[in-house]
Write a protein that binds this ligand. Structure first.
Ligand SMILES: [Ca+2]
Length: 299
């Protein structure tokens, strides 16, 4: 018997049975009324008990479902933790881990990774939208040597040496680059400290990066970029002399700077303007003897 049952029975005794005992002299009719009241109360008690049992069952069901959900939630959290752990493990175990972390760090410092890269020959600065990676002086193979690299490199001014043996032991020699312009010199002298001839000035250079664009192209014989491309700089095509040894063609800025200490004639790699020569080149669109232009574009 529950507490509720006890309370109800006590109430029944107080309200119904005791008055019945006290008043039984009043006759059978009154007795029947009292019995009916007791019957009704018993019916109510039974109904209440049934409802209570239903409520208890429902409460238990809800509790069980709640516990089940908590358990599933816990398992789900553990699974997510496990996946995160695996992902980090995979990234960390990749061989280029160091590069990745450096790239991530770079992204947080300089914005998105990537960006177009080019060398601006003849200048130590980059155009407005580009950032300077480093500036230096051009270097390549001696104009009389048959071997060595044909490309021209932008050399930092402060070399960092590894293990070395002073004196020449190897057959690979590397030189600075000088201008060799002639009467046909097409360059502006606005950045050239009032000199009249670029010969025999050293050629400076700047490594430039455009963080907001990812492609770059040097277009020979053009001074404008295609639609939707951005012009980085225009200039003139230069290379070694045809009587010398081969080197690559580079686009030298139309208003080159001169290096303060670069005015002496020291030979080395030499750069000449490149003139169009008719034949396989489609003339008369190309005109024989004209200095070829160039433009560097990014997108
Ligand atoms: Ca010419």
């Amino acid at each position: 018997m529950t507490i509720l049952d006890s309370v109800l029975l006590s109430l029944l005794a107080t309200v119904c049975i005791l008055p019945y005992v006290e008043n039984k002299a009043h006759g059978t009719g009154h007795n029947q009324v009292l019995m009916k009241m007791v019957y009704e109360l018993q019916k109510d008690i039974i109904q209440d008990k049934q409802q209570l049992a239903q409520l208890n069952a429902l409460t238990k069901q809800l509790k069980d479902e709640g516990e089940k959900l908590t358990e599933e939630n816990k398992k789900l959290k553990e699974k997510i933790k496990e996946i995160n752990h695996l992902l980090h493990g995979k990234i960390d175990s990749r061989p280029e881990n160091g590069t990745l972390h450096r790239a991530k760090r770079q992204v947080s410092i300089n914005g998105p990774a990537g960006g177009a890269m080019y060398i601006r020959w003849g200048r130590t600065t980059c155009p407005v939208e580009a950032e300077l990676v480093y500036s230096g002086i051009a270097g390549g193979s001696h104009y009389t040597h048959t071997g060595g690299g044909s490309n021209i490199l932008c050399m930092p001014r402060d070399p960092q040496w590894g293990i070395y043996t002073d004196g020449f032991q190897s057959s690979g020699h590397f030189y600075g680059v000088e201008f060799r312009t002639a009467a046909n010199d097409p360059f502006h002298k606005t950045n050239a400290n009032s000199i009249t001839s670029l010969t025999p000035q050293d050629v400076v250079c700047a490594a430039c990066r455009v963080p907001t664009r990812s492609s770059h192209i040097m277009i020979p014989a053009h001074m404008e970029c295609p639609n939707s491309w951005s012009k980085e700089y225009t200039g003139y095509l230069m290379s070694s002399a045809y009587t010398h040894k081969r080197s690559e063609y580079i686009c030298v800025d139309s208003a080159p700077e001169v290096d303060e200490k670069g005015g002496d004639d020291k030979q080395g790699a030499l750069l000449y303007n490149v003139e169009a020569a008719c034949g396989s080149l489609p003339c008369p669109d190309y005109i024989s003897g004209r200095e070829l232009t160039c433009v560097v574009c990014t997108k």
